[in-house]
Design a protein around this ligand. Structure first.
Ligand code: SAH
Ligand code: TYD
Length: 414
């Protein structure tokens, strides 16, 4: 099968090398842009293509929509919709507090702090903290809980403003946001100024190695400008006098990496960090062939999913989706799956309910609708929350329902 529309070459956002896309996913809408039917005709689309830079090894989108189209007062992702993630971020916060804040009057800065799922812990412990969160609606939830939050995009200028008002930070933390930011040089420059000489930077994002290994191409969408690896992160931080000193793999979001970064020479890089740099080369994350194979795997996954759903539909089965994730926007639009195959998608986020999915316009319903209208099959778009969701939805199985998963390959859970 041929890949469509591979068009232009561009400069790498990290090292300015020439880059060429290895895959096009076609025209894509805003992944979190759940919409009402009167806005269908105004919907925004962009051409989603991905490239690997052979110089610095950063995997990146060629084009991204303007940031205000994605992050604004109608942002649809509220971190607090998962109890498992609440525990995950509590443990993250404990790790920061216990290992890195043993100083007088410590100061913690988080970007992409959303509804305060992580920073709320520091607030409860009476630790000086500041969240930078540009999406006003989610920031409002954090502020209501008494969490110090500024409604702004983090960049180098904002870092200077934070320093002038609060002094330098002991810890800079972030989850699932660093990979969202195309103006990454400004971010790293800002961090290198903001963080004290002995301070620590800790952030986590979906990991390139997992995406390649599991063909979880749904991690690629407008917000995810980058798919990070330890090598590509080390490359850019090195340019600002910093280095990766430790890493920890996480199970969240289908496989993530937590990076620990300090000013060069302050901490000795751990064995885990050093080994992972070498392991990525062994896995071929620096080789163009790896991305050619990944493209073939994506194309197979797309065909397999559409075929399975079409076959079930021909047999008269009813199919729904579970979890109106941003990830599902890529799956549905790339695989050309619409309301003719998937009747509705249920989700526990009020702002998404009674709207339609981006691009394909599948109705989004609340969880009660699922319970009252059990389908024969449910595609688990929020597969990264499989444990939490499957343990809540045991009645669906008792009623004869079956889950469909598409990572690491398309299959029915029996
Ligand atoms: N950290 C949370 C939220 C991740 S969603 C979690 O892991 O669940 C990404 C968040 O980053 C959104 O709330 C978005 O508004 C915010 N964001 C996007 N660009 C940003 C920037 N430049 N500075 C700070 N936050 C940003
Ligand atoms: P998630 O996979 O975290 O995010 P994304 O792909 O957008 O980064 O999104 C999970 C979605 O699933 C979110 O919209 C909330 C929903 N959800 C439920 O409906 N029920 C649940 O029990 C959980 C954990 C999530």
């Amino acid at each position: 099968m041929k890949t469509i529309n591979i068009q232009k070459s561009k400069k790498c956002l990290i090292c300015n090398n020439d880059i060429n896309p290895f895959i096009s996913y076609g025209e894509m809408p805003i992944a979190n842009g759940f919409l009402n039917s009167d806005n269908f005709s105004k919907e925004y689309f962009f051409h989603m293509q991905v490239a690997h830079c052979t110089n610095c090894n950063m995997v990146q989108l060629l084009d991204t929509p303007d940031k205000d189209l994605m992050f604004n007062e109608n942002y649809a992702f509220f971190s607090g919709t998962s109890n498992v993630m609440k525990d995950h971020f509590k443990n993250f916060a404990f790790q920061v507090k216990n290992n890195y804040l043993n100083v007088e009057d410590p100061f913690v800065v988080e970007i992409g702090s959303n509804d305060g799922i992580m920073l709320g812990n520091f607030k409860d412990w009476g630790i000086r903290h500041l969240g930078c969160e540009p999406s006003a609606n989610v920031a409002h939830v954090a502020k209501e809980k008494g969490i110090n939050t500024i409604v702004e995009f983090f960049n180098e200028d904002l870092a200077k403003k934070i320093i002038s008002e609060n002094g330098q930070a002991d810890a800079f933390i972030a989850a699932n946001v660093m990979c969202h930011i195309p103006y990454f040089h400004s971010i790293v420059a800002g961090i290198s100024l903001l963080i004290k000489k002995t301070g620590i930077v800790i952030f986590e994002d979906p990991y390139l190695g997992d995406v390649i290994e599991k063909t979880s191409y749904d991690q690629i969408y407008d917000e995810h400008t980058f798919l990070f690896s330890v090598n590509s992160i080390n490359y850019i931080f090195n340019e600002y006098g910093m280095e990766v000193v430790h890493i920890e793999h996480q199970d969240t979001h289908g496989g993530s990496m937590r990076y620990f970064i300090g000013h060069k020479g302050v901490r000795v890089p751990s064995k885990e960090a050093v080994d992972q740099l070498a392991k990525e080369k062994k896995l071929g994350l620096d080789k163009p062939e790896t991305y050619t194979k990944f493209r073939e795997n994506c194309e197979k996954s797309k065909v397999d999913l559409k075929k399975l759903l079409t076959d079930l539909k021909i047999q008269g089965k009813r199919i729904a989706g579970y979890g109106a994730t941003s990830k599902s926007t890529t799956i549905l639009n790339y695989s050309d799956i619409g309301p003719d195959l998937i009747e509705y998608i249920c989700d526990n986020t009020p702002i998404k309910q009674d709207k339609f999915s981006p691009g394909k316009h599948i109705p989004i319903k609340n969880i009660e609708h699922f319970k009252e209208n059990y389908p024969d099959y449910a595609v688990l778009f929020a597969y990264n929350h499989a444990k939490e969701i499957m343990s809540k939805e045991t009645d669906f199985i008792k009623n004869g329902g079956k889950w469909i998963l598409f990572v690491p390959n398309v299959h029915i859970v029996n």
